[in-house]
Design a binder for this molecule. Structure first.
Ligand SMILES: *Cc1c(COP(=O)(O)O)cnc(C)c1O
Length: 385
């Protein structure tokens, strides 16, 4: 199906008409086990932790969208990332970019360090800063691009070459970009992870994760872990992912349209210190983003002069709901310093640029004019301070 474009693959791969009934939507197999004709004689399915037809359909679909060879689905983004770390041995080391998803830092620092997996964080995603963190034990480079919440862009092709020259695998958390915007495996990465909770499922109604791989050998090890550890998604959640991903291309176009309009409006306001959005020409890595991505996504962050300004803005928003998470059809706003990044020590937070006045917006797919009007009236509340 590689010859087909993204939206066509999203709708057709793993979603062939059901051979038994002709149903155009793959059936939802809510079953834990499968009848065997004789001991060990079965139709390829024995037990649903090991494999399930609905889950397999979703895995085939997302593998095709990320242009990988295989995909392995998990019950959450964190469970997927946890299985990626399990590819390493005690004593081995990860180099990660700065400005990582907070849950990933918590997993590295408070779960895996105790088992002998070391992690270093580069201050920036430049080749020099990343290379400086490598040790002889480094076996994995772990990247996010764009990052959360500052929307920094890493040059995935360049950093993949750098890591491969040092005998390390490259993992990219592609949650913020989605495969519609960028396919890290085609840029040299070995593994892609997703929180499907965000854009892939897209409707803020489930928690899920997935790993997509470039090499069959890694797929085999991860599929072993999926069954051995058992952090699997329900068939229903896989079915929802299959249905949701059919509209991913359309949704991403509207997410981007809204985010760009909101970013431009905010950037003009006198009380706004800075807007972080890779689609703005003023973004320091705009050229790299244009080269690497075909859509800049729906997330942006805006820096106000103080926490007081940020709070006034958040209080005044009507359509943007104050909540963690992102990537859903409805617009959300959050205050990283006290919400998503509250566990990051203040000094490190400030060094990274996650100030107390920073607000992160996830633009949904509502009417652009309505979102702009909401932002305008919230900015008026900031003015009145
Ligand atoms: C949400 C998120 C995760 C964690 O995924 P869950 O589905 O919440 O477990 C990991 N990485 C990024 C970039 C995320 O936004």
């Amino acid at each position: 199906m590689k010859q087909y474009g993204f939206a066509t693959r999203a709708i057709h791969v793993g979603q062939e008409a059901d051979p038994l009934t002709g149903a155009v939507v793959p059936p939802l197999y809510m079953t834990s086990t499968y009848a065997q004709e004789a001991p060990g004689v079965h139709k390829g399915y024995e037990y649903s932790r090991t494999d399930n037809p609905t889950r397999r359909a979703w895995e085939r679909n997302i593998a095709a969208l990320e242009e990988g060879t295989d995909a392995i689905a998990f019950s959450s983004g964190m469970a997927a990332i946890d299985s990626v770390v399990r590819l390493l041995q005690p004593g081995e080391h990860i180099v990660a970019c700065a400005d990582l998803y907070g849950g990933t830092v918590r997993l590295f620092e408070r779960v895996w360090k105790a088992y002998g997996i070391g992690v270093s964080y580069a201050e920036e995603s430049t080749p020099d800063a990343i290379a400086a963190e490598f040790t002889p034990q480094t076996r994995m480079l772990y990247l996010e691009s764009p990052t959360n919440p500052l929307l920094q862009i890493a040059d995935i092709a360049q950093l993949s070459a750098l890591a491969h020259a040092r005998n390390a695998w490259v993992v990219v958390d592609n949650t913020f970009a989605t495969p519609y915007a960028q396919t890290p495996l085609t840029l040299g990465a070995d593994l892609v992870v997703h929180s499907t909770t965000k854009y892939l499922a897209g409707h803020s109604d489930l928690i899920g994760g997935v790993i997509v791989v470039r090499h069959a050998e890694l797929a085999e090890r991860l599929r072993f872990l999926q069954n051995a550890v058992g952090a699997i998604p329900s068939p229903f959640d896989c079915w929802l992912c299959l249905r949701s991903v059919k509209t991913l291309a359309l949704r991403m176009q509207q997410h981007e349209r809204n985010a760009l309009a909101v970013a431009q409006l905010l950037a003009q306001h006198p009380r706004v210190v800075r807007v972080h959005y890779p689609g703005l020409a003023t973004h320091p890595q705009h050229e790299l983003a244009r080269r690497q991505m075909r859509n800049f996504g729906g997330v942006l962050s805006v820096e106000f002069p103080s926490e007081q300004h940020a709070r006034a803005f958040l209080q005044a928003l009507r359509l943007f709901t104050l909540a963690e998470s992102l990537g859903g059809v409805e617009s959300l706003a959050c205050h990283p310093a006290t919400m998503t990044h509250a566990s990051v020590p203040r000094e490190r937070r400030l060094r990274l640029g996650i100030t107390d006045g920073l607000v992160r917006l996830s633009c949904g797919i509502e009417e652009t004019e309505d979102l702009l009007a909401d932002i305008e009236q919230a900015l008026a509340a900031v003015e009145r301070l």
